[in-house]
Design a protein around this ligand. Sequence first.
Ligand code: PLP
Length: 394
Amino acid sequence: MKLAKRIGRIQPSATLAMTAKAAELRSQGKDVLNMSVGEPDFNTPANIINAAIQAMHNGHTRYTPGGGTRELKEAIQTKLSRDNDLNYNLNEIIVSSGGKHSLYNACQALFEANDEVIIFTPYWVSFPDFVSITGATPVFVNTDPLNQYQPIFNDLESKITSNTKGIIINSPSNPTGGVWSDEAIKRTIDIARSKSLWVFSDECYEQLTYDQPFQSIFSLCSDYDKILTFQSCSKTYAMTGWRIGYTCGNSDVIQAMSKLQGQSTSCPNSIAQFAACEALLGDQSSVATMKEAFQKRRDIIVSRLNAIDGVTCDVPRGAFYVFPNFKEVINRNLNGNNIKSALDLCIMLLERKSVVSVSGENFGAEDNIRFSYATSEAIINEAIDRLQALISEI
Ligand code: PLP
């Protein structure tokens, strides 16, 4: 069958593929430990669930305006000013079916053939595809693994051409957990400003920084008006399945995204929008409780990984991922022909030990593997025991 060329420009999501693989192995009766999940293991807090039930009883079960209800946009305004020191008008805010949908729509609204868009490696798997499907070209810039994966600035400057139109920043990052310093952010924005580039700041992990308070990029550089801020209810409120994310920034771009949304999904889910109002405005204590649990798990997994001979793992300052480096283990095994890359190790870990992880090559880093610690301490410890056993066997 001859499908449209644009489909050939994108790949299936590697992380969703691993989640499917875990489910398949589990259905075969295997004792699977899933360390690949990109979502909190907590249930959505009860006050949010109750708000959704109430919304249904109140008849909020119909189409809403394409870009989201006025109530939710006002709740977002309040949240942004309360948590991020950001002040946006209602016409500068759009609600989408998840942050992913927002990012996709913004790329569609701004990028096209012959444009180049800067993406920092290691990157979230979807960024290159969001760019490629528009016909634009993703251009990859290296980062420093020993410094929270902040940009290598010489590389950034050398990759900008007259075709560069945008730059995507994701701090805290998926897959590395890296959190950039204010200085690194300001320097990046200065470079973007000098070339008049659009800056996407994907802040979906904004509530998950462990060693320093989160600072939204636009609050640091509010004199640059080509910054779009993307946030989401997914990770903060354990609401991944509800599909509510939002974007704030230039009203023309927001309007364009809204037009696109109106002709594709019509509107985000009405019930989830009412639940999101409660998430953003109601009791915030569950956010702190979940963050405390994640921080404890981060400390456990990082120290356990570093105790394995040949594995190095810097302390990520945010999100719920670690991204250890296995180069030494790979080099050690090259002669034995067992493992040539982190992908081989990742597959072996799955086949021999039933531990699901995501190989770094999906994120543009072939010596690393991403483990999510959005799972219980018992599972984390058992998974690392199995990894350690595998490495000593090979
Ligand atoms: N951005 C990053 C970096 C992510 O890791 C994810 C989800 O994994 C998203 C955006 C999208 O999340 P959602 O669409 O659930 O808001």
